[in-house]
Design a protein around this ligand. Structure first.
Ligand SMILES: [Cu+2]
Length: 260
């Protein structure tokens, strides 16, 4: 048992090392992603839901083209599960998220941290559910460095009657380098990592990071798939355009400061 685990870990490390080496020439393209993008179902009790958004690089320097402009704040939003866009094996699903996940609603807890930014607060729905957070201000993230912005996710419970073998939540993230209005959003002012679902944050298909969001995949690991499911299905949950327009923003002291 331990031997197998050890061998597996060793192989995984070697694979990661190989990937790291082969990707070295493209490290400037490391988009903002979650530190642990794949977790098991209802893993909260085991601590494996401690996670982080990793800001891979800054905004684009218009002179050099390098993505090394300082980041002054970031916003991270999970789908609310109410008007979210759900697909099952790539096919649109007209039912609710509860068909696949029984406890979605309050997905994220920020882990307090002032190592990069001085301020942080939640993005909540009208019921007080924490759908995301923003953090910003202070010295910020210096160009050429990466930031690890820590948070925890709630244990996700997959509907045992469903055929879901995994549920992937697609996030909306904005790494802000310059405060602008929506019209001023471009690769030099903000790196937006969000699904292109028709929100004001879609931007141009040629923009760096267009339709290239961070994701959190939850693998079914508690209840067995019903036999009638066969191999099971992969479910994807994206925030709606309405939700991104409403929630991907920074409110500070009762005032919206980004976008302006
Ligand atoms: Cu990138």
């Amino acid at each position: 048992m331990f031997k197998t685990t050890g061998k597996f870990k060793y192989r995984a490390l070697m694979l990661m090392a190989a990937l790291g080496l082969s990707a070295a020439g493209q490290s400037a393209l490391a988009h903002t992603r979650l530190k642990t993008p794949v977790i098991n179902e209802n893993a909260a009790a085991f601590g494996s839901d401690y996670n982080a958004a990793v800001i891979g690089h800054g905004c684009t320097n218009p002179v050099t083209g390098a993505v090394d402009v300082d980041v002054i704040g970031t916003v991270v939003v999970f789908p609310d599960g109410k008007d979210s866009i759900i697909t099952v094996g790539g096919t649109p699903h007209t039912g609710s998220l509860a068909d696949f996940v029984t406890n979605w609603g309050n997905p994220v807890t920020k882990i307090q941290d002032r190592s990069i930014f001085d301020y942080e607060d939640y993005i909540k729905d009208s019921l007080g559910n924490k759908l995301g957070f923003w953090t910003g201000g202070g010295k910020g993230l210096k160009g050429g460095f990466r930031a690890v912005v820590p948070f925890a996710t709630a244990g996700v419970v997959i509907n045992e009657a469903s055929c879901a073998k995994s549920v992937t939540f697609v996030l909306g993230i904005a790494d802000i380098c310059q405060i602008t209005d929506v019209a001023g959003i471009n690769a030099e002012t903000v790196n937006v990592w969000a699904p292109a679902v028709g929100s004001v944050y879609d931007g141009s298909p040629t923009r760096h990071g267009y339709d290239s969001p961070a994701t959190l995949t939850v693998n079914r690991s508690i209840t067995p798939l019903p036999e009638s499911c066969g191999a099971g299905v992969d479910v994807v949950v994206k925030p709606s355009a309405n939700q991104l327009d409403r929630d991907l923003r920074i409110n500070f002291d009762g005032k919206q400061i980004w976008p302006q």
